[in-house]
Design a protein around this ligand. Structure first.
Ligand SMILES: Nc1ncnc2c1ncn2[C@@H]1O[C@H](COP(=O)(O)OP(=O)(O)OP(=O)(O)O)[C@@H](O)[C@H]1O
Ligand SMILES: [Mg+2]
Length: 282
């Protein structure tokens, strides 16, 4: 079993106006895992992410990051290890040039000029914005801003990446870009937690899915299992991914045999269709 990256224990969070946004949340995430934090609007996804890197302080309960408790005196180290990509990239870009924005974190960490340059170069290349280094961030398109915001976090080389709705408001190409960046980051052994309400986009890159509802965790399991469990999804206001819906309809309306479960990604659907046609995948 790999190292425990995130350990949330009986976390409750109350906003100053009295709203209890998280109730008795417990969750363990292991190093190198990619986790989808799924739930309809207002269930507490962003609040949970903000507690994980100390932007918000638990009202009750504890959070440990690689064994270190998230409390005031550890915040500097926690923030170095846990990077948070906000839903709105504009919250993360405030320097005169993109280069400055991506260099901001590494400079603050006290890295040498050479190391800073290396990291900025690497992060901008990874998100495909190397050619835009000298541009003012407010001149970038929305999709480019999203990738730029990811680069500002990657340059700090966090071990854990929290992303809040990273594919919202992007065109299909933009979504594809983000998926490929996240795949790349995940293959480097980073731990990733992604909050979203979209069941269609990110299952292909996440190992486990956590369903939240009304401030609580309601289901945790392998993504392929959770996202093909129609009863659980519907109970919490969610739907099957479109691919899964198609196969579910074929099964219930036309008795299509689905041994081995409902496919929920294009890739698994492709395999299933070939299997049903008696052909092997090339
Ligand atoms: N600053 C705040 N003060 C009071 N209540 C808040 C505040 N921010 C969020 N809430 C409430 O806390 C609950 C959880 O909000 P949160 O933003 O975490 O949900 P979410 O799952 O991220 O939703 P979405 O998918 O719409 O982003 C909601 O009921 C919301 O109204
Ligand atoms: Mg949110």
């Amino acid at each position: 079993m790999s190292e425990l990256a995130v350990d949330v224990s009986n976390l409750n969070y109350k906003y100053p106006d009295g709203t209890w946004a998280l109730r008795n949340v417990s969750l363990k995430v292991y190093a190198g895992e990619s986790v989808l934090l799924l739930g309809i609007s207002g269930v507490g996804k962003s609040t949970l992410l903000m507690n994980l890197n100390g932007l918000l302080t638990p009202t009750e309960g504890t959070i440990h990051i690689f064994g270190k408790k998230v409390i005031e005196k550890n915040l500097r180290e926690i923030r170095r290890r846990v990077g948070f990509v906000f839903q709105n990239p504009e919250n993360q870009l405030f320097c005169p040039t993109l280069w400055d924005d991506v260099a901001f974190g590494p400079i603050n960490m006290g890295l040498s000029q050479e190391e800073v340059e290396e990291r900025v170069d690497w992060a901008l290349k990874l998100v495909g914005l190397k050619a835009y280094a000298e541009k003012p961030p407010h001149h970038l398109s929305f999709g480019e801003k999203r990738r730029a915001a990811i680069a500002t976090i990657l340059s700090m080389e966090p071990d854990i990446l929290l992303l809040d709705e990273p594919t919202a408001n992007l065109d299909p190409k933009g979504v594809e870009n983000i998926i490929s960046i996240l795949r790349d980051i995940s293959s480097k052994g980073k731990t990733i937690i992604i909050a979203t309400h979209d069941v269609n986009i990110l299952p292909q890159i996440t190992d486990r899915t956590v369903i939240m509802y009304n401030g609580k965790i309601k289901a945790v399991g392998r993504t392929a299992e959770i996202l093909s469990d129609i009863a659980t999804l519907e109970k919490y206001g969610l739907k099957l991914p479109l691919v899964g819906q198609l196969f579910h309809n074929l099964e219930s309306n036309h008795k299509l045999p689905l041994y081995g479960g409902l496919p929920i990604t294009i890739g698994s659907a492709e395999e299933k269709i070939l299997e049903l046609l008696g052909r092997n995948k090339k």
